[in-house]
Ligand binder design. Structure first.
Ligand SMILES: Nc1ncnc2c1ncn2[C@@H]1O[C@H](COP(=O)(O)OP(=O)(O)OP(=O)(O)O)[C@@H](O)[C@H]1O
Ligand SMILES: [Mg+2]
Length: 217
């Protein structure tokens, strides 16, 4: 379960999150919407421990994100899967190596990597593209590589910040389907998007941020 308690984030005089309180249940799906600059990425960054809020508290499954030291943060990050709009792939590594490298950095053994990477690439439908470099991939394939990488720790919580923002409508649908599959298997999903079409096709809770506050639909 995720809990924001009076979370406030200021950048200088700019109040981006204004005393925001909200609860997200484990196993749920939440769309996160709001105009450009509304604070979606700020909320997500706070939730993944990339920034600290100015006031209030955020709890995720017993972790207090407002009181983090480096070690607790590292442990927490291994429980969540994060996907961004711009993929963040390493250009000099193949699809396989991008996922393998993320596991290597996290201390997995060669044997674990050799076993797990092909499984993950099969999940996202990229087994055949495993030796391709990012510049050879379509946007959807790049994003699926990034999703495979986000799944290395089998996260129960998946946080995606406009993962379909650079993709055409059909490819975007495919990415949502992939997230839906993970959600069906039990993952909590938080999905920020501007795409109302995606939201209309999968009716779930929608948290809309406006002027630093949360409006629900
Ligand atoms: N590091 C920063 N320093 C100062 N202001 C910032 C910083 N990061 C974000 N902001 C400001 O906070 C506000 C919210 O930005 P944020 O990136 O969270 O919006 P967003 O809802 O994700 O928008 P988009 O849909 O364009 O991605 C914006 O006004 C932005 O300029
Ligand atoms: Mg954003």
């Amino acid at each position: 379960m995720i809990e924001f308690k009076n979370a406030t984030k200021k950048y200088g005089d700019r109040l981006v999150l204004d005393n925001l309180s909200l609860t997200i249940e484990g196993g749920s799906w939440t769309w996160l919407t709001g105009a450009s600059g509304a604070g979606k990425t700020t909320l997500i960054h706070a939730l993944i421990g990339a920034i600290r809020i100015s006031d209030g508290q955020i709890f995720v499954d017993g972790y207090n994100l407002t009181r983090f030291d480096g070690k607790a943060l590292q442990e927490y990050r291994r429980k969540i899967g994060i996907v961004f709009q711009d993929y963040k792939l390493l250009p000099n590594k193949t699809v396989y190596e991008n996922v393998a490298f993320a596991m290597e950095v996290c201390g997995y053994s060669d044997r674990q990597i050799a076993e797990r990477v092909p499984q993950l690439l099969a999940v996202v439908g990229l087994a055949d593209a495993r030796h391709h470099f990012p510049h050879m991939l379509s946007g959807g394939e790049k994003q699926r590589t990034a999703i495979a990488r986000a799944l290395i720790h089998e996260p129960r919580l998946i946080i995606a910040d406009e993962p379909t923002g650079n993709l055409d409508p059909d490819t975007a649908e495919g990415i949502v389907k992939l997230f839906q599959k993970l959600h069906t298997e039990g993952a909590t999903v938080i999905f920020a998007t501007h795409n109302t079409h995606l939201i209309d096709n999968f009716k779930k809770r929608r948290i809309h941020i406006e002027a630093g506050r949360v409006l629900e639909t």
